[in-house]
Ligand binder design. Structure first.
Ligand code: CA
Length: 220
């Protein structure tokens, strides 16, 4: 799941980017409003975290442009502006949630999960597909009679496959959903992740379609 982080404060940005990565999100981090708009035009995101005080283009203006262009991407404003008027303004401009700095990372992660659940129109807190179950809050997975704790990347891989059962995802599509822009990707990284997930949950959890990609079966 790919997230655009728009934050000009280096320390906050680095801390949030690392925390998101640890929580199995692919993160692209930009530090000004204009680059943020360009990023949303060139890349598909599942969620945006938006600071308001930004160079080049203010966060408020970024949000206004996204919404007037008809972009419905979920946006959480994360800002030091804590006035009631600022919150009302942000929500009325089309933000899905509003979090005031300083905040605890685990609250941000919980709000992200909540916004993504709403986006999935009442999707449950647990992700399931037949006998495969994933818990985004704990990164635990179960499949048939096995249970396992997944790493962030293993979780991101299964989450991407499970979001589209029976669809074959190519290596580049999986890389897009698992890795941010500035991350080095080893050529066999996806195969390695598939291997470790199968070792934990059983070989049949992911199907390989030779030369095309990988998939999870639709439950029968
Ligand atoms: Ca700022």
């Amino acid at each position: 799941m790919r997230v655009l982080l728009i934050e000009d404060d280096r320390m906050i940005g680095a801390a949030v980017a690392q925390a998101l990565k640890d929580a199995a999100y692919a993160v692209d981090w930009v530090t000004d409003g204009r680059t943020a708009i360009e990023a949303t035009e060139s890349e598909a995101y599942e969620l945006v975290l938006l600071d308001l005080g930004l160079p080049k283009l203010d966060g408020r203006e970024v949000l206004r442009r996204l919404r007037t262009q008809g972009c419905r991407l979920p946006v959480i404003i994360v800002t030091a502006r804590d006035g009631v008027d600022d919150r009302i303004d942000g929500l009325d401009l089309g933000a899905d949630d509003y979090l005031v700095k300083p905040f605890e990372i685990r609250e941000l992660l919980a709000r992200m999960r909540a916004v993504l659940r709403r986006e999935g129109a009442g999707a449950p807190a647990l992700l399931t597909n037949g006998s495969l179950t994933l818990d985004p809050a704990t990164r635990e997975a179960s499949f048939l009679d096995r249970k396992a704790q997944l790493t962030a990347r293993e979780f991101a891989l299964l989450q991407a496959l499970l979001a589209r059962p029976a669809a074959i995802l190519s290596r580049s599509e999986l890389e897009r959903q698992i890795y941010g822009w500035n991350e080095e990707i080893e050529s066999n990284a996806i195969e390695f992740l598939i291997h470790t997930v199968r070792r934990k949950l059983g070989a049949t959890v992911i199907r390989n379609v030779r030369g095309v990609g990988w998939m999870v079966d639709r439950p029968s």
